[in-house]
Design a protein around this ligand. Sequence first.
Ligand SMILES: [Zn+2]
Length: 314
Amino acid sequence: MPTVLRRLTLWLGAVALAVSTALAGPTAAQAAAPAWPLLSNGSTGPNVTSAQYLLRHRGYSITVDGQYGTGTTSTVKTFQSANGLSADGVIGAQTWGKLVVTLSAGANNDAVRALQTSLNKHGYGLAVDGAWGPATTSAVQSFQSRNGLAVDGIAGPTTWQYLIGGSGSSGGTGNYRLIIGKSVLPRSAYTSRHHDYPAIDLPVVTGTTAYAITSGTIGYAGGSCGLGIGITGDDGAYYLYCHLSSRSVASGSRVGAGQVLGYTGATGNVTGPHLHLEVRVNGANRCPQNMLLALYDGTAVPAPSSLPATGCFY
Ligand SMILES: [Zn+2]
């Protein structure tokens, strides 16, 4: 769906993001640190990739593929034994605590690749090259600022915990969750109008985690939608996500609100990476903006059938 207006919209989104990042200071109230996630045989995604890079950094020979299989399990057991932990092959809080390493500008190793992978999960779009340069420094500072942490530009244990544990899309009420992490985009991104029909385009970099807006059943979409995922919601509405770079759920499977669906990208008919979302009620498109804003604000989510069908496109 390429238009000049789309480019303008995405550009304005990027400007708004930069401004909001500049305004968000270290005075933001610090919430409780997110829990370290449990990873075990069968887990997939960027947290697995980061764990594999950290194991490599610790000297273990392991394939980095984001898939927690038998090879990763046995390497984790070896690592746990060597570090006085019970060797259960599951990465929980204690194992994470032994895996992460404090890093700062100038570092060049696999632990930096883990850091860059984790920052990309939160929407930063860094090259995963293992070299900590200015782009990695500003991403760390921005992430710390957005999460109310001390902005020292150093990846210490607390910053790691927020990066690895902060995978949940924090905004949400009832059986609904925000479709990307709340810290990824400013509120204004959820007010933007679509270029031709009721929908929304969110300007996010490739690799940003996409979450299920509500519980339901997964179906795959394609064509101009690229790698697309539809959720036939338990609320009776249909939610369509387009242009993903990868899908983490199988067609026909059930998902819960806030479950990871996949990672954003630029597949299908696009001029650049973004996440396209549609909400349909009885096959007709509704404007998703009020629903997303309620999720961002943590207020009551309007019923999909109450969403307007006009006023959100041009
Ligand atoms: Zn679109």
